[in-house]
Write a protein that binds this ligand. Structure first.
Ligand code: SF4
Ligand code: SF4
Length: 99
């Protein structure tokens, strides 16, 4: 199991309220740690959140560490972070693996 798969937070962004200011993506410490914006294994975008089509979207939710920085810097109050009990999280993964 890779480290980010242990994380039990779910970040959601209300894109209807998002103004695309980029505050969250630039303030996210996980994004900042990623010197290369591509996953070295897959070549895909490795950031937690990014601006796509003018609004912030969650790209890699399992990389989020739940620090809350993005919520603090968001001027539109459109980011929410929910704690997911590990058992529920694991059940979700199992359900996804069936599909
Ligand atoms: S909670 Fe922290 S790690 Fe997760 S997206 Fe927001 S700033 Fe990044
Ligand atoms: S900080 Fe808030 S308003 Fe700005 S891009 Fe992120 S989610 Fe959208």
């Amino acid at each position: 199991m890779r480290p980010h798969e242990r994380i039990t937070y779910r970040i959601t962004i209300d894109i209807a309220k998002c103004n695309g200011c980029n505050n969250c993506t630039t303030a996210c410490p996980v994004n900042a740690e990623l010197e290369q914006r591509k996953d070295l294994d897959t070549g895909e975008d490795a950031r937690v959140i990014a601006i796509k089509n003018g609004v912030a979207v969650v790209i890699n939710p399992f990389r989020c560490d739940g620090c809350g920085t993005c919520m603090i810097v968001c001027p539109e109050d459109c980011i929410d972070i929910t704690f997911i009990p590990l058992t529920e999280y694991e059940d979700t993964i199992k359900e996804k693996s069936k599909t």
